[in-house]
Write a protein of this length. Structure first.
Length: 458
C-alpha cells in the first residue's frame, strides 16, 4: 500500500497533531475531524491540513476517501459509534491507533521514550531540546507545546533518534519498542481502564519487556513496579546518593537553581535550570540520563539545560513581577498537584497562594477525591469548578463537592461555575494564583493574566 493521504479522527489532540505535522512536512495530504476548533487546529489548517468540526461523512475530503491510499489514525477517546469511524471501518480502510503509528517510528529509529503517571511531558520535552540543540539532533512527538520551538513536534530527517512521550492510557505505550526509556512515576491512574492498582503496575511491567535488546531503562527510585528486564537498569532520584543518577550541591536562590549531576556516564558540574523550579531538578536528571545515553557532551547538556524555556501549561507563568504572579499547570493527578504546589511554595515562601482547580473526568474524581483534597489543602484557598467530562458521561453522586467536603478545615474553599472564573479572579485576594487541571480552564488564561496585571496596577 502506497500511502498518499492521512486522515485523523481527533486531529486536534496534542499527540495527534504532532503526528499530523510529521506527515504534513513529508508532503502527504492530511485531513481530519475534531469536535471544536482550537489554536492547535487553526495552526494545522495554516500548515495545510483539511479540517472540519462536525461528525459528518460528507465533509471528509475526497482526497482522503481512497481506501487503497489513505491511512486513518484515531485516538482511543473516539467513541465506537462515531459515524466517520464507522464509515472507514465499513469501507475497510487501514485504521491504526495513534500509538501504533508511534510504535512504527520506534522500530525505524532509536526511541528515547518517557513513561509515567506524571512528569512525562516536561521530561520528554527537555530531552528533545537537549538533543535538538546538540550534534545528535532528534525527531520528537511531544504531549505539550515547547516554548523553545512553539510546537509539539521536531523533525530531523538525518537523526537516528526519536523522542516519544509514552502514554499509558488505554495501554498505548505497549505499541512502542524503546531503545531507552525513563519511567517517572507509577501512581495509580486511569482506573476506568485498568480497574486495579495491580493491573496498572502490571501494564508498566509489561512495558519494560518491550525495550530493545541492549537497550536502557532508567527508573525513578522507590517505585512499586519491578521491571521485567535482565540488565541495563539504572535508577534516578532527586538528591539521595542511592540513585545511579542524582543531584548534588544544589543551590537555590535569587531566581536560579544550579546543581551538579552525578551519573555513571560521567558527572557534570554546575547545571543551571532554564525553568528554575525544584520539580525540574528531577525531570532534568531523567532527561540528562537519556541525553548521555544518546552521546551528548557535557557542554551540550549544560547549554541545553540552561536554554530550556519550558512547556505550555506546565508550570507556565502568564504574568509575574515582584508583587503578584499567575501561572497555569496541566496537573490533573493528585501527586502532580502536590508537587506543583510544593514547588510554588519554594519559589514564593510566605505568600498567599490561591488555586482554581477543574477536576478532569468523573472516574478520576470518584477514584481519588480524598487524594485530591489532601494535595489541594496545601493551598491557602481552593476554588473548585465543575468537573470537565472529556470523554465521559456523568456518574450519579460524583461532583466537585466530594473534594470540597474533604479539604482540611483551615483552608478557605468554595465551588464556582466555570463561567464565573474571571469575576472570581477580580474579587479574590492573592499573591500567587494558579489554575490547575487538564480541562479547558486554560482558555481563560490570557484574560486572567490581564486581570492579574490590572490588580497589580491598582
Amino acid at each position: 500500500m502506497i500511502i498518499k493521504a492521512i486522515y485523523f479522527i481527533g486531529i486536534g489532540g496534542i499527540g495527534m497533531s504532532a503526528i499530523a505535522r510529521y506527515y504534513l512536512q513529508r508532503g502527504l495530504i492530511v485531513g481530519g475531524y475534531d469536535k471544536t476548533p482550537t489554536s492547535l487546529t487553526r495552526e494545522l489548517e495554516k500548515e495545510g491540513a483539511l479540517i472540519h468540526y462536525e461528525d459528518d461523512v460528507h465533509q471528509i475530503p475526497e482526497s482522503c476517501k481512497d481506501e487503497t491510499a489513505t491511512l486513518v489514525i484515531y485516538t482511543p477517546a473516539i467513541p465506537t459509534d462515531h459515524s466517520e469511524l464507522q464509515y472507514f471501518m465499513a469501507h475497510h480502510f487501514n485504521l491504526q491507533k495513534r500509538a501504533q503509528v508511534l510504535g512504527m517510528l520506534t522500530h525505524d529509529h532509536k526511541g528515547l521514550c518517557v513513561a509515567g503517571t506524571h512528569g512525562k511531558t516536561t521530561t520528554s520535552s527537555m530531552t528533545a531540546h537537549l538533543l535538538h540543540q546538540s550534534h545528535v539532533d532528534c525527531n520528537a512527538f511531544l504531549g505539550g507545546i515547547t516554548k523553545n520551538y512553539g510546537t509539539n513536534y521536531i523533525l530531523a530527517p538525518n537523526s537516528d533518534y526519536v523522542v516519544i512521550e509514552a502514554d499509558e492510557f488505554d495501554r498505548s505505550f505497549h505499541w512502542l519498542s524503546p531503545f531507552a526509556t525513563v519511567i517517572t512515576a507509577t501512581d495509580p491512574d486511569h482506573l476506568d481502564i485498568y480497574g486495579t492498582e495491580e493491573a496498572y503496575l502490571e501494564s508498566f511491567r509489561h512495558y519494560t519487556e518491550l525495550i530493545q535488546p541492549q537497550g536502557y531503562l532508567i527508573i525513578h527510585e522507590g517505585l512499586k513496579m519491578q521491571p521485567n528486564v535482565p540488565s541495563n537498569v539504572t535508577t534516578y532520584t532527586y538528591n539521595r546518593n542511592t540513585g545511579d543518577f542524582h543531584a548534588e550541591n544544589i543551590r537555590i536562590g535569587e531566581g536560579e537553581i544550579v546543581f551538579d549531576l552525578i551519573s555513571p556516564f560521567g558527572n557534570i558540574k554546575d547545571i543551571q535550570l532554564g525553568v528554575p523550579v525544584s520539580i525540574n531538578i528531577e525531570n532534568g536528571i531523567a532527561a540528562m540520563a537519556l541525553a548521555q545515553i544518546a552521546g551528548l557532551t557535557a557542554e551540550e547538556i549544560r547549554r541545553g539545560m540552561a536554554s530550556f524555556k519550558g512547556v505550555g501549561r506546565r508550570f507556565d507563568f502568564h504574568f509575574r513581577n515582584k508583587h503578584i504572579a499567575y501561572l497555569s499547570d496541566y496537573a490533573h493527578h493528585p501527586e502532580e498537584i502536590r508537587q506543583s504546589i510544593q514547588s510554588i511554595r519554594e519559589v514564593y515562601p510566605g505568600k498567599r497562594i490561591v488555586g482554581i482547580f477543574q477536576p478532569h473526568l468523573y472516574t478520576r474524581t470518584r477514584d481519588f477525591y480524598h487524594e485530591f483534597a489532601d494535595a489541594l489543602s496545601l493551598l491557602d484557598e481552593v476554588i473548585l469548578t465543575e468537573i470537565y467530562p472529556a470523554r465521559e458521561l456523568p456518574i450519579p453522586g460524583i461532583s466537585s463537592q466530594l473534594i470540597l467536603e474533604n479539604l482540611r478545615p483551615n483552608v478557605d474553599k468554595r465551588i464556582i461555575r466555570k463561567a464565573d472564573v474571571l469575576d472570581v479572579v477580580r474579587t479574590t485576594p492573592f499573591d500567587v494564583l494558579i489554575t490547575l487541571g487538564a480541562g479547558d480552564l486554560d482558555n481563560y488564561a490570557d484574560d486572567i493574566a490581564r486581570i492579574v496585571e490590572s490588580k497589580n496596577n491598582v
